[in-house]
Write a protein that binds this ligand. Structure first.
Ligand code: ZN
Length: 126
C-alpha cells in the first residue's frame, strides 16, 4: 500500500497544527506546495508527503493598505512570497514583523493563522 499524499484539505489541517507539508513527485522528485492534482514538471500524479522545516526567506512582498472587504479590518498588512529552505515558495501573510522592518532576504518561520475560523498561511520572525 502506498502512503497517501496530502490533499489541500489535509494541508490546511496540518498547517493549523503548525506543520507545513509539501508533496513530492514520486517520478521526478518535483516538490509542490500547496498540493495540486498533477506534477507541473512531468504531468504524473504520484505524490508522497514531504514535511517541511517551515523556515525560509522573504523573496518578495507587498504591503496591503486597502484590503478586500473580508480583511478590511486587518489592513495594513504584508503578504510575502517566502522561499522555503527546501526550495519551494509559498505565499503567506507576515505577522509579528513591523511593516517598516520587512525586507527581501529576511529569515522567517511558518506560523499558522486562523482568521475567522479559516486556516491561512502566515510567517513570523524566525
Ligand atoms: Zn513529476
Amino acid at each position: 500500500m502506498t502512503e497517501t499524499a496530502i490533499t489541500l484539505k489535509t494541508f490546511f489541517e496540518t498547517a493549523r497544527d503548525g506543520r507545513l507539508t509539501a508533496i513530492k513527485c514520486g517520478r521526478c522528485g518535483n516538490l509542490e506546495i500547496p498540493p495540486k492534482e498533477f506534477c507541473d514538471a512531468c504531468g504524473q500524479r504520484d505524490w508522497k508527503s514531504a514535511p517541511l522545516s517551515g523556515e525560509g526567506v522573504i523573496a518578495s512582498y507587498t504591503i496591503i493598505r486597502v484590503a478586500p472587504t473580508k480583511h478590511a479590518g486587518d489592513a495594513p498588512y504584508a503578504i510575502a512570497v517566502v522561499k522555503l529552505r527546501e526550495g519551494v515558495s509559498l505565499l503567506g501573510r507576515l505577522v509579528g514583523i513591523p511593516l517598516d522592518k520587512v525586507s527581501v532576504g529576511m529569515l522567517v518561520r511558518f506560523r499558522p493563522l486562523v482568521i475567522r475560523n479559516e486556516t491561512a498561511v502566515g510567517f513570523g520572525p524566525a
